[in-house]
Design a binder for this molecule. Structure first.
Ligand code: ATP
Length: 431
């Protein structure tokens, strides 16, 4: 993890938030390469689960919602972590994260466990008297339930169908840790899939297959993934069955995403609390019912971290250490680097012009500083799948070499064919 965190900072993937003020615990900034990586990941998720499916539509709801939402959803009552405090050093811990009954930091005695609500409160309103307390959403899905009727009636969707959303969520985590794995501000990629009660199990199983396939599609190693089924006694208040996809991070197995059967809990709760009917009327069958919900709920930051961990490789090449990020090309922040072999004799100008034409199609990078071998290594370190070298022959016959990041092999290719070649290799349609 230390090597990966250092690479992420050095190369501009992820920084500590507010670093010049000493940082703020549990908050992170995605730098120039990190923002591309995470955006590619989210776009790929959206492409696969929303745009490619006629039975799922999208939503982008507000982060701050009516405070009653969080009462109805059970979060005000139930969204608690059980915490203990150290009587000596005063550090606080989640009880379920402790391995022993003493403080892991100083060995001191711990207090009795107590409940701590992990929603972040905020105040909305322009004067102290009129402002109301509400919360930054701790999960994106509640807006999907609250907007259920508006979405299905405006888009004419019929059960079974799903609503998907990607957005920020906030939790006042007791111990943010393991880099971006457990943060206080993070992004979720959630789907609420509405179905008939009798189809709950079949829909759940189908989602298990679809989710698993997506993680393989973004390049995670299958042997580093597993399912974890929650025992009945540890299920959340809304769930009758939950299974998590876990990934083997360098710090151990950790949850990438949950898949929960929420039944009719949420729609029923919001119907009761708001007085607005959130049932569905099936015109064909002439029947009204409250659909059940199967929820695949993923974290964009955790998936990004898994992709980073999975991509990180140290290799020995001709006696030198090579650090290479073997991202799936469709996720790579930079798709191609254009490198002139030398700066003189019009080669650099030719390379710059070529880079400009490629930039219109995908994210590129131009680099003429230093020996060509060093430039290749720099691109390996940030996971650029293709390096294009413009040399003297290019001037003669309009060909370039295209170097493959993983095999390090170079192929000569007409310049006119390069863009299409790279686009095909980086496309999320290629599977
Ligand atoms: P954990 O048990 O690790 O606290 P959770 O079971 O509470 O997670 P869910 O409520 O199921 O998490 O949230 C769905 C997804 O949102 C998680 O699988 C994870 O990918 C992401 N997520 C939840 N909490 C965090 C966090 N603090 N930081 C980053 N991602 C998170």
């Amino acid at each position: 993890m230390k090597d990966l965190v250092s690479l992420c900072t050095r190369k501009g993937f992820i920084f500590q938030s507010s670093g010049i003020y000493g940082g703020i615990n549990g908050c992170w900034d995605f730098g120039p390469l990190g923002v591309e990586l995470k955006r590619n990941l989210k776009d790929d998720w959206w492409y696969n689960f929303v745009q490619q499916r006629s039975d799922i539509v999208g939503l982008d709801a507000s982060i701050i919602m009516h405070p009653k939402v969080w009462e109805a959803s059970g979060h005000v009552e139930q969204f608690h972590d059980i915490v203990v405090d150290c009587k000596e050093c005063k550090h606080r811990f989640r009880e379920d994260h402790l391995e022993a009954k003493v403080c892991p930091d100083c060995g001191g005695e711990l207090t009795e466990p107590k409940a701590f609500n992990s929603m972040l409160q905020t105040r909305l309103g322009v004067s102290d008297e009129s402002a109301v307390n509400t919360y930054l959403r701790p999960e994106t899905c509640q807006a999907i339930f609250v907007d259920f009727k508006e979405v299905y009636s405006s888009s004419r969707m019929k059960v079974p169908f799903g609503i998907a959303q990607i957005g920020k969520a906030f939790r006042n985590e007791v111990n943010p840790r393991n880099f971006i794995f457990r943060s206080r501000e993070f992004e979720q990629m959630e789907i609420e899939f509405f179905c008939k009660a009798e189809n709950e199990e079949a829909v759940f199983e189908q989602w298990k297959a679809d989710i698993w396939k997506w993680y393989l599609d973004i390049g995670l190693t299958e042997s580093k993934m597993r399912w974890y089924a929650h025992p009945k006694e540890s299920l959340s208040h809304y769930s009758s069955r939950t299974e998590d996809v876990e990934y083997e991070f360098p710090f151990g197995w950790g949850e990438l995403q949950g898949l929960a059967n929420r039944g009719t809990f949420d729609l029923t709760a919001h119907t009761k609390a708001s007085g607005k009917d959130l049932s569905f009327f099936d015109q064909q069958a002439n029947e009204r019912f409250t659909p059940s919900v199967i929820e695949p709920s993923a974290g964009a930051d955790r998936a990004t971290l898994a992709v980073l961990c999975n991509a990180y490789h140290e290799e020995e090449v001709e006696g030198d250490k090579r650090i290479v990020m073997k991202f799936d090309p469709k996720l790579a922040p930079i798709k191609a680097a254009v490198l002139p072999l030398v700066k003189k004799d019009g080669i650099a100008e030719m390379a710059q012009d070529f880079e400009k034409t490629l930039r219109k199609k995908f994210n590129t990078f131009y680099d003429q500083a230093g020996a060509i071998g060093r430039r290749y290594r720099r691109m390996d370190e940030v996971g650029t799948p293709f390096c294009i070298c413009v040399d003297y022959d290019s001037k003669e016959d309009n060909t370039v070499t295209v170097r493959d990041r993983d095999s390090m092999e170079q192929a000569r290719m007409p310049m006119a064919e390069v863009a299409a070649y790279i686009q095909t290799r980086c496309s999320n349609e290629r599977d």
